[in-house]
Design a protein around this ligand. Structure first.
Ligand SMILES: Cc1cc2nc3c(=O)[nH]c(=O)nc-3n(C[C@H](O)[C@H](O)[C@H](O)COP(=O)(O)OP(=O)(O)OC[C@H]3O[C@@H](n4cnc5c(N)ncnc54)[C@H](O)[C@@H]3O)c2cc1C
Ligand code: SF4
Length: 850
């Protein structure tokens, strides 16, 4: 079959989503695809553009790799703008002179920031806020400025204002309308938001029409307003709305709207049937959608059509929930109450600065819209009422009044119809989730992976989890968190019991709260909890039987029955003397040596009876156990940081050593890895660790819950510019809270994925002390720090344990003669079965016969 030519102009969020969807569809085989992108890099996450300031690393925002395009055979032209479309010959021409023929053309050119034509608007130090390059330029200018002003008090304007404030500038917002967020908020809501943002130190100037920008007397620029007022500033960021990028469409004679935008029908077709338009450049029924979710929907519609399926774009809900400069804001549907017959319920609490308004239908039964400022906790529930046309409780104001007995606080997941959208970023309905569960996909993490639900803005995480739990419960699949048949409690509950009742042994716990004798699941799990809580010696008589193989031997069992020896090398820093000791020990005991990703040196091939001798020599030289055998805090990797590196802004090695020494050996539900980078270049790869620390000019940024491994997860930025003391305090709390609440063998990443309320909840608990437990969490870690002992040192002092646990034959000296090594690249490695047989003179044929 002759493949058709598909050309896509624009490699932004929507253009890329279209490509991603298309290559997974049947249409992928039917097209040769060419993409033009004007920007110098592949698509990135513009929605989270502001987070660029946290890392200053464009890669962190990337949505697509060049590899992705290469692998799928897509011709991607970056930094090359399409400059004309010849519809007669069906050819697209680019700025760099490339000509590509098309059968189907998709325009995904997005929009540009509108800059009001104020005289002086295009001089130096005037910026917009749309691309990574814009942010780079703003950052550079901020370095030479004291005051920054944003023109535009809408969503994006306030986001830009936050960025300026974070860059250390005195910040002002100038808004033409009489209130902030005039499109979404009513008068009272806007006023409440203004008070809150002013309280954060931002100057808000509403109802201001700028008529001129001239050189300033005190600052670089002067903004003159039509009412005679003026504001001096050093830089200006325009964020006064967007305009669709329809220039190519106009030039080639496609129909465009009176106020711009490429006119499309329900199939996203333009006035030329072979040309589609999607995303912010498209005008559907007179509407431009300035959000990403509708653009993604359009992309899916066109991918479906090209695959021969029927599809239509039917509009999109523009309800939004967000945090603006730390202030919660939510708007739903007709937030201005313009629907004929609509009436409102208002709750206004000036003391706590909370404003909530419901707009309901004339008959009082349906929710038409809502405005929430200062507290958006009811947003998810209200959105479900609105989107699914669910009858309101009577009286409806119970939904916004502070909790009273009568007030229904949430809408149970069972009340949602299958058509209910749970995740609007990825357009996932309850029906899709139900279908997956019917197919046997029961784990929340798997449902997220299949549908991408709650991986966009993450706002639906709580709702998704409650739907999954309710559906599992409805099928009789109990969301059973019991540790095992011996304990009818989850790990978290057992931790709580041990803490409250001060239980110190497995036997006592079993007697009081369990049954039977215990098993391979509950014994190590309880041993781990007891160790995390009491920090008693794990090989003492009361504990050693509970430990799994590695903890029992204080070493990792390898495939050939030998063990590895992993001494701690805090922060990866090691003296030449210690390096020599490692080399000498390795040579003496003929061990294989390997430098690990955690920046230490593993010694492999130790026989059980050799372990105490090896460790004695290492401990004599000042080494300690590296706990590589334990579910515990392992390593803190670091780069060389400011001590040696030209770019380093903090002493990452010093911090890593401090952290490693503080948390070494703390037992947890799973292993914990950490890293510290000396600047945002991130050489220590801190963002793929459970706890990642990255230096900033002002202190440290803290990242949590990342991991590499089978299912890599980028850590979430949790807090910024922390001083040393605050950093350590938050890590203390985080560790203690994770240890307390995670399931057995649950790494921090999975724990976070399943944590109801996600990152915000975690922040509420360990930063805002919502549960009032922070002091206790800190005390717990302090106890563990103060009671730390090197387990190998303690073991070497105990003759009896050495005799009992570290010999191959119970009653005799001697070694496992099944251990055979082969020399390779100047070191040993375990022999294969065939090699062993050859060495031992056992005929190979025997192996085949047996
Ligand atoms: C700071 C900020 C915060 C935002 N926050 C949110 C939010 O919280 N929620 C939300 O839903 N949305 C948000 N948005 C809006 C969201 O980013 C957009 O809706 C989304 O990016 C639109 O995608 P798009 O592909 O249509 O346009 P774009 O992402 O702008 O991509 C269009 C691309 O096409 C390129 N292009 C244009 N013309 C040509 C040409 N002739 N040749 C080649 N390439 C061309 C452009 O350079 C651009 O790279 C935010 C936007 C910004 C700037
Ligand atoms: S992260 Fe890289 S660039 Fe930054 S200090 Fe460390 S080594 Fe240097």
């Amino acid at each position: 079959m002759q493949r058709k030519k598909l050309v896509i102009i624009g490699n932004g969020m929507v253009g890329h989503h279209f490509v991603e969807t298309l290559v997974q569809s049947p249409a992928a085989q039917s097209f040769d695809i060419t993409v033009f992108g004007e920007e110098p890099r592949p698509a990135y996450d513009r929605v989270h553009l502001t987070s660029w300031f946290e890392t200053r690393n464009p890669e962190a925002l990337s949505l697509a790799s060049l590899d992705f395009y290469r692998t799928h055979g897509i011709d991607l032209h970056l930094g090359d703008k399409a400059i004309s479309i010849d519809r007669t010959h069906k050819i697209v021409r680019s700025e760099k002179g490339i000509e590509v023929a098309y059968d189907i053309l998709v325009l995904a050119t997005g929009s540009y920031p509108f800059v009001p034509p104020i005289p002086g608007h295009n001089q130096e130090y005037c910026f917009v806020y749309r691309t990574i390059e814009d942010l780079e330029a703003i950052t550079q200018a901020a370095g030479e400025s004291r005051i920054g002003t944003v023109v535009g008090g809408g969503l994006l304007g306030l986001e830009a204002a936050k960025a300026l404030q974070d860059l250390g500038l005195e910040t002002h917002v100038v808004e033409f309308a009489p209130r902030l967020m005039a499109v979404q908020l009513d008068e009272d809501g806007g006023a409440m938001l203004q008070r809150k943002i002013e309280a954060l130190g931002v100057g808000i100037h509403t109802g201001k029409n700028t008529r001129n920008i001239t050189p300033g007397k005190f600052q670089r620029l002067k903004m003159e307003f039509t009412d005679g007022d003026a504001l001096e500033t050093d830089l200006i960021v325009f964020s006064a709305g967007i305009r669709p990028r329809d220039e190519l469409a106009r030039q080639t004679g496609l129909e465009v709207g009176d106020r711009g935008g490429i006119v499309i029908d329900d199939q996203c077709r333009t006035s030329d049937p072979d040309i589609f338009a999607i995303g912010e450049c498209a005008l559907w029924h007179g509407q431009i959608f300035g959000l990403v979710a509708p653009g993604y929907q359009m992309a899916r519609v066109v991918a479906d059509l090209l695959s021969g399926r029927e599809a239509a774009f039917t509009g999109a809900d523009l309800s939004t929930k967000l945090k603006l400069m730390g202030v919660e804001v939510g708007t739903i549907g007709d937030s201005h109450g313009r629907t004929p017959g609509a009436h409102s319920y208002v709750y206004k609490n000036e003391a706590d600065e909370v404003y909530k308004r419901l707009i309901v239908s004339q008959d009082n039964h349906k929710l038409l819209g809502a405005v929430l400022v200062g507290d958006s906790s009811t947003y998810d529930t209200l959105l479900q009422y609105y989107q699914n046309g669910i009858d309101l409780p009577q009286p409806p104001d119970a939904l916004i009044l502070p909790n009273t007995e009568a007030a229904p606080t949430g809408l149970g997941p069972d009340a949602l119809p299958e058509s209910a959208t749970l995740c609007s970023c990825h357009n996932v309905t309850k029906g899709q989730v139900v279908e997956l569960i019917d197919q046997g996909v029961a784990a929340l993490a798997d449902i997220k992976a299949e549908t991408k639900a709650s991986t966009g803005c993450g706002g639906c995480a709580g709702l998704l989890k409650s739907v999954v739990d309710a559906e599992l419960a409805r099928r009789g699949i109990e969301v059973n968190k019991d540790l095992c048949e011996h304990f009818p409690y989850s790990r978290q509950e057992l931790y709580h019991i041990i803490r409250v009742e001060q239980i110190r042994t497995f036997d006592e716990l079993l007697e009081k709260h369990g049954k039977g004798l215990g098993c391979d699941i509950c014994k190590p799990a309880v041993a781990s909890i007891l160790a995390s809580y009491w920090n008693d010696y794990v090989l003492s008589d009361k504990y050693f039987k509970l430990q799994d193989t590695n903890d029992y031997r204080l070493a990792n069992l390898q495939k050939d029955g030998t063990y590895s020896v992993v001494p701690r090398i805090p922060g990866g820093e090691i003296t030449p003397e210690k390096l020599i000791v490692l080399g000498e020990v390795a040579r003496k005991y003929k061990l294989y040596t390997k430098i690990t990703g955690g920046q230490r040196i593993d010694l492999f091939g130790a026989r059980l009876e050799q372990l105490p001798h090896i460790w004695q020599e290492l401990i004599d030289a000042g080494f300690e156990s590296g706990h590589a055998y334990a579910k515990a805090v392992r390593t803190v990797k670091s780069c060389v940081g400011s001590t040696w590196c030209r770019y380093g802004v903090q002493d990452s090695v010093g911090m890593a050593i401090f952290l490693e020494n503080r948390y070494k050996g703390i037992r947890a539900p799973h292993k914990i890895k950490m890293a510290v980078s000396g600047c945002t270049r991130e050489c220590a790869e801190a963002q793929c660790k459970d706890i990642g620390v990255i230096a900033t000019e002002k202190g440290w940024n803290l990242y949590l819950c990342g991991n590499g491994g089978m299912k890599p997860r980028h850590a979430d930025l949790f807090a910024t510019d922390l001083d040393d003391e605050t950093l350590v305090r938050i890590i203390d709390r985080f560790l203690a809270f994770y240890i307390r609440t995670a399931d057995r063998l649950q790494r921090t990443a999975a724990w976070m994925e399943n944590l109801e309320g996600g990152l915000d909840y975690l922040r509420a608990v360990i930063v805002d002390n919502k549960l009032g437990i922070c002091a206790e969490l800190e005390r717990q870690i302090q106890h563990l720090v103060e009671t730390y002992e090197c387990e190998w040192k303690k073991t070497l002092e105990n003759e009896e344990i050495l005799k009992k646990r570290f010999r191959f034959f119970v009653n005799a000296e001697g070694s496992d003669d099944n251990v055979v090594f082969i020399e390779e690249r100047g070191q040993i490695r375990p022999a294969t079965l065939e090699e062993k047989r050859r060495i031992k003179g056992i005929p190979i044929e025997l192996e085949k016969a047996s």
